[in-house]
Design a protein around this ligand. Structure first.
Ligand SMILES: [Ca+2]
Ligand SMILES: [Ca+2]
Ligand SMILES: [Ca+2]
Ligand SMILES: [Ca+2]
Length: 388
């Protein structure tokens, strides 16, 4: 009986050390290349790193490192284990807790185009706490797998260099105040390229007033600006006028999502969030709350549904307005009015005592203005879009 109890205690202790307290490892994998655009025939370095971020030793590790047919294997060197180019498999006996193993593969860029190099840990003796080996391609992406694209440039073919910059007119604005964001794409050549598209979403806390594009079409539903051809040394701009609906700091990000010809130093649609290439950019704006009462909501198509959104005691039309803006009240009253541009500058002010007023706005530049009305029976702010 004593022996049986002793055996049971031993079993429980063994079980607790392996099962209850766990000795799960956490392996993480990263890939990198020394150049994301390589001339046809040149060699480049492809590095795969495996980090053992746990305190426990990991053993029996296998990593698949795909080598597509458009590149050819030259040689490899590893800090741990050995790499078989035929099997595309890196075998590592062990990585101590907290240690890293690295493999550098020298590849030759054989066939022009985009080559995608992927790698994943496919085996380990221990369980990984947050990833599964050998499930690459299933969502979400895990920390034991990665992929990186390299452009192989055809020396006989066309080559462009598109860059993108994104700016905001102001870094701070109030809720409801127009905010101008301007995106410029430039092609430094040497060749022009057709089929240029830019992905430019805006945060959901913003409503779009209008988009002004020098070429092509911006589709707010897909956040895609399809601008078409971009000749060598040409640039084209897209301006979005929006307004924030909530207070806070917001990041706007844009990237080139497509171009038909290869780019010398960047790849379309590969922004991983850090805007590390010249065809990607980011700008941050801060939106603060304001005191305005019942601001008029300008709808995404740029029109203003005044009947729905303005109080019944006043009607403002037409909006957008090209020359004369009419204000109609349901009763006579003394009203002071102010028209303020998007920079906060007073463009017009005055007062009147009647139920109707026509304001001549024909001399004012196009844009969105804030109309403030303060009277004995009314106090409101309205947004007015002037288009000539
Ligand atoms: Ca992991
Ligand atoms: Ca995995
Ligand atoms: Ca570029
Ligand atoms: Ca890019």
């Amino acid at each position: 009986m004593k022996n049986a109890i002793s055996l049971l205690i031993k079993l429980l202790l063994t079980c607790s050390s392996y099962c209850c307290f766990g000795q799960d490892i956490d392996l993480e994998l990263e890939t990198a290349v020394n150049a994301i655009a390589v001339n046809e025939g040149d060699t480049f370095y492809y590095t795969i790193s495996v980090f053992n971020t746990s305190v426990y030793d990991a053993s029996g590790i296998e990593v698949t490192c795909s080598i597509p047919a458009t590149v050819s294997f030259d040689n490899s060197i590893a800090t741990n284990g050995s790499f078989s180019a035929i099997e595309s498999l890196w075998t590592i006996n062990s990585i101590a807790g907290g240690d890293t193993a690295a493999l550098v593969v020298t590849l030759e860029a054989s066939i022009p185009g985009t080559v995608s190099l992927s790698a994943e840990i496919v085996a380990a003796d221990q369980e990984d706490s947050d990833s599964s080996p050998g499930n690459y391609g299933s969502e979400p992406l895990e920390d034991d797998e990665a992929s990186i694209d390299v452009q192989i440039i055809d020396l006989q073919g066309p080559l462009c260099d598109i860059s993108l910059s994104l700016r905001a007119g102001v870094s701070e604005a109030e809720i409801g105040e127009p905010l101008v964001t301007k995106l410029v794409v430039h092609n430094s050549g040497p060749d022009g390229t057709p089929g240029v598209k830019v992905h430019f979403p805006y945060p959901e806390q913003f409503d779009l007033i209008e988009s002004i594009q020098e070429a092509g079409v911006y589709n707010p539903a897909t956040a895609s600006w399809n601008l078409g051809d971009l000749a060598s040394m040409q640039e084209k701009a897209l301006t979005l006028v929006l307004y924030g609906t909530e207070a806070g700091s917001f990041s706007f990000q844009a990237q080139v999502s497509q171009s038909d010809y290869p780019d010398a130093d960047s790849s379309p649609n590969n922004d991983d969030g850090d805007q590390s290439e010249d065809d990607e950019d980011e700008v941050t704006v801060h939106i603060s709350s304001n005191e305005a009462e019942n601001p008029v909501k300008i709808l995404p198509n740029g029109s203003t549904d005044l009947q729905q959104l303005l109080p019944s005691s006043v009607t403002v039309f037409p909006n957008p307005c090209s020359d004369h803006l009419v204000l109609e009240f349901d009763s006579d009253q003394l009203v002071n009015y102010q028209l303020i541009d998007h920079l906060g500058k007073m463009s017009m002010e005055g007062s009147f005592a009647s139920s109707k007023l026509s304001l001549d706005l024909s001399f004012l530049p196009e844009g969105t203005y804030l109309l403030r009305l303060q009277g004995s029976k009314i106090q409101h702010c309205h947004r007015v879009l002037i288009l000539h």
